[in-house]
Design a protein around this ligand. Structure first.
Ligand code: NAP
Length: 407
């Protein structure tokens, strides 16, 4: 039986005191074919006595979804479309695999996240495509390990309210928020002065500003410290990723934007810090491997022994710098959206997703990403959607505005 440490700062109501740790945790993995999804499956592989796979939700990668279904024999697999689901079902029949229900679309991801046999949901679909399934999981009372920051940015107010109402834990997998969660276990929420999110600074921290306009997708896809999916890698290069994380932190830890600050830390060794009112600053250090925060979220409040050790003797120095808001206007845009909340946070994420895709396809220059976001934010009216349907409508509107600008 898990008991919340008394007065712990992580008591942002998202980490409720309840018994949610069955002997064997059966996982619903949303985004199983992606970077986080595959890292999660490698943990299942490593800890077969602790975790098994109940359901998998993928997008378009039929080859990987098929491989995973054959290996893990889940009860259910979802693909993004009916056609892809048909392809997967055919491949499983050929392979002689029975007993796997193949579903598709949003209804399919929701069915995976609310499956009766699933005890814990890993939310790792990229973008708002994962929103309905994440919300449905919380409403169904399933604890969630949250990697999908976009859904917390777009609908954080709704998701956190649903989690509080039902006493459902939402455990951050994003490495920075996971670090903050760990640092907040030792103090009271009211004693927190500042949450410091670390940022690697991406590949262009010291790149000449006058050359930013001509940065290519190939250059931007080379992250100095992390291997991740394409969108988050570009978002790290513009630092919009850190902007999304500021909003995610406000929502997960129930603090205003002014209490969340960014420090550039090129080594990506300290994953984030929490400064307390008495002057103490707590930091979390581990290898730059997403399996550390994933395992923490899956096992919380326990800490299973793992081989993911950090070589402290090899540590030479830790650098921390102020972020450069002129170089990375996305940070300023994110703070402005965080202050306004609601539709502005939705538009920040939606406009970025459209602009990043356009950049990757060679349609706009690198600095076209913040310019598109700024223009969409300027045309976004202040509003606070109160349902997932309203969030998705605001998201569609912002995407249309971004596409119209880019056309
Ligand atoms: N990677 C990291 O280190 C990291 C760190 C912190 C937070 N995150 C967050 O975690 C999330 C996942 O990131 P990632 O790097 O793992 O991304 P990724 O490698 O691009 O994987 C994205 C996953 O989402 C699936 N997907 C996309 N559209 C879908 C749809 N319409 N329906 C169902 N599934 C869909 C993809 O399926 P297919 O591949 O089959 O199309 C894939 O499984 C993002 O929100 C990201 O910001 C990632």
């Amino acid at each position: 039986m898990f008991r919340q440490p008394q007065g712990a700062a992580s008591g942002s109501q998202l980490h409720a005191a309840q018994d949610f740790a069955p002997a064997l945790k059966r996982l619903a993995i949303l985004g199983s074919t992606g970077s986080i999804g595959q890292s999660t499956l490698s943990i299942v592989d490593q800890f077969p006595e602790r975790y098994s796979v109940a359901s998998l939700a993928a997008g378009r990668n039929v080859d990987e979804a098929c491989r995973q279904a054959v290996r893990w024999r889940p009860k259910m697999v979802s693909m993004a479309s009916e056609e892809l689901a048909g392809q997967l079902a055919g491949r499983l029949r050929q392979a002689g695999v029975t007993g796997v229900d193949v579903v598709h679309g949003t209804a399919g991801t929701v069915a995976c996240s609310t499956l009766a046999e699933a005890d814990f949901v890993v939310s790792a679909i990229v973008g708002v495509a994962g929103l309905e399934a994440t919300h449905a999981a919380i409403v169904a009372g399933k604890p969630v390990g949250l990697a999908n920051k976009e859904c917390m940015v777009a609908a954080g107010e709704i998701l956190t309210a649903a989690a509080r109402e039902r006493n459902v834990p939402v455990l951050p997998i994003d490495s920075e928020h996971n670090a903050v969660h760990q640092c907040m276990r030792v103090g009271a929420h009211a004693e927190v002065k500042t949450i410091w999110l670390t940022a690697s600074g991406g590949p262009f921290r010291q790149y000449p500003l006058e050359k930013f306009e001509s940065i290519t997708p190939e250059q931007a896809l080379k992250h100095p410290t992390w291997v991740m999916g394409r969108r988050i890698t570009i978002d790290s290069a513009t630092m919009l990723n850190k902007g999304l994380e500021i909003i995610e932190a406000c929502r997960l830890f129930d603090v205003p934007p002014a209490q969340v600050r960014v420090t550039v830390h090129p080594q990506s060794t300290v994953h984030s810090l929490v400064e307390y009112v008495d002057g103490s600053i707590l930091a979390q250090i581990s290898v730059t491997d997403m399996r550390v925060p994933i395992l923490y979220a899956l096992a919380y409040p326990e800490r299973p022994a793992s081989t993911l050790t950090f070589d402290l003797a090899a540590l030479r120095h830790l650098d921390f710098e102020q972020p450069d808001f002129a170089r990375f206007p996305c940070l300023r845009l994110a703070y402005e959206a965080a202050e306004k909340g609601g539709a502005h946070c939705i538009a920040l994420n939606a406009a970025d997703e459209v602009a990043v895709e356009a950049f990757l396809q060679g349609g706009i220059p690198f600095m076209g990403i913040p310019r598109t976001i700024e223009a969409v934010l300027a045309s976004t009216p202040e509003a606070h959607p109160s349902t997932i349907a309203e969030v998705l409508a605001a998201d569609r509107k912002a995407r249309e505005a971004a596409r119209a600008l880019l056309a």
